[in-house]
Design a protein around this ligand. Sequence first.
Ligand code: NAG
Ligand code: NAG
Ligand code: NAG
Ligand code: NAG
Ligand code: NAG
Ligand code: NAG
Ligand code: NAG
Ligand code: NAG
Ligand code: NAG
Length: 314
Amino acid sequence: MASAKHCALRYLLICIPTLALALDNSSQRASSSISPPTRSAYAPRSALSEGYYNPLSNGGSMLTIVDGTFPPGQGEPLNIIISGNSDEAVLKDQETDGGLRNYWLSFDYAGECLGQHAGSEQAANLGDGNGVLNETDEIRYDYNDPQLGTCTETIQGGGHFRYWSQNGPGANSGAVFMASSYELPLTDGHDIVSNGYNLGRDWIIGNITQTNILTFNLTNSSTYSGTTSYGGYTYSTSVKYVSGLLNNTSVGINHNLTVMTSTSNATDGLVAVLEVKITEKPANSAVFLIPFFGWQLPPLLPLLFVTVLPLFSL
Ligand SMILES: *[C@@H]1O[C@H](CO)[C@@H](O)[C@H](O)[C@H]1NC(C)=O
Ligand SMILES: *[C@@H]1O[C@H](CO)[C@@H](O)[C@H](O)[C@H]1NC(C)=O
Ligand SMILES: *[C@@H]1O[C@H](CO)[C@@H](O)[C@H](O)[C@H]1NC(C)=O
Ligand SMILES: *[C@@H]1O[C@H](CO)[C@@H](O)[C@H](O)[C@H]1NC(C)=O
Ligand SMILES: *[C@@H]1O[C@H](CO)[C@@H](O)[C@H](O)[C@H]1NC(C)=O
Ligand SMILES: *[C@@H]1O[C@H](CO)[C@@H](O)[C@H](O)[C@H]1NC(C)=O
Ligand SMILES: *[C@@H]1O[C@H](CO)[C@@H](O)[C@H](O)[C@H]1NC(C)=O
Ligand SMILES: *[C@@H]1O[C@H](CO)[C@@H](O)[C@H](O)[C@H]1NC(C)=O
Ligand SMILES: *[C@@H]1O[C@H](CO)[C@@H](O)[C@H](O)[C@H]1NC(C)=O
């Protein structure tokens, strides 16, 4: 795939037949992996109608693992899933080529303040055969300032999430599981606000769909959709709230006493499942590089001779 991409950038026209072959081969691989029973765990993403595997069905959990909770063993809900049926580019943990980090920027979430990690590490087991893994990263609301806004979030509090990819050999859906919440300012020790797991989830969905989500009215048949853009990429997101992954409960949930309210449990048992498609790309993203490599380099060569050769002739 790397060589196909290389082709796409530099010699788009010449490589088209090779590219088509590469795609053809990968789809063959996908369909042939259904039949051998030993490889059923590696089922192609398209065979999964929901776009993710329930971690619970293979020894994992929809709650994160948090060190030093009181009482011990409490976790935070993985309350948003970016489905493995999303465009493959979106599921890649990168900012380039319309990847995950560019998608997050499209609704004002960015990496942590100046690369510093302010929250404590949490871990999760997505039941994909990778066992318990530390979070991939922690992402914060950037107050509409991708450079420094997450510093504001670190100090003032606000929306944030930790995430993990379900990509282990036992359940390789490619889905991204996010534990989102809304936290208090740093001076309050970054505790979670009242109803902060459900609200943290719904404010993210609210920002993606430009809709005011009524958290208390959500059911397992609520759906939303919207589009967001960043860096020339436009994403179309469909959201479906599902029950059955998390319990509607406060038991076992980190900070449950301060997060639960008289009308809502610390987690309401709903997970927002997102399917994300790229509907627009920067028009010149590939063409842009052709003049750079193809046309700029040759003029540089004579320049090299003019400047370097005289040194040797001395
Ligand atoms: C596709 O697979 C065949 C073998 O199945 C191989 O000979 C060929 O080089 C592959 N093509 C590409 C573009 O990977
Ligand atoms: C996971 O994070 C903890 C800190 O919470 C750290 O001690 C540990 O080394 C990390 N594990 C890995 C595999 O990075
Ligand atoms: C967008 O996110 C911000 C910060 O978390 C939140 O205050 C706001 O209510 C959200 N907007 C919607 C429409 O949910
Ligand atoms: C949301 O729920 C409240 C209380 O159950 C109800 O009064 C209100 O009409 C509902 N709103 C919508 C838009 O469904
Ligand atoms: C939705 O939730 C109800 C209970 O509130 C349950 O009976 C039903 O099976 C759920 N439907 C789905 C599709 O999960
Ligand atoms: C929900 O609660 C039941 C009974 O307490 C438990 O067996 C199950 O593992 C819980 N599910 C989740 C997703 O935590
Ligand atoms: C909270 O969860 C418990 C089960 O743990 C349930 O019995 C109770 O009705 C729930 N309360 C609310 C307000 O959702
Ligand atoms: C909070 O969770 C703990 C277990 O982690 C449980 O013992 C306790 O009953 C929960 N509190 C409420 C109010 O649900
Ligand atoms: C959670 O359980 C309570 C009590 O049974 C119920 O009123 C509420 O609607 C449930 N929440 C969801 C999202 O199903």
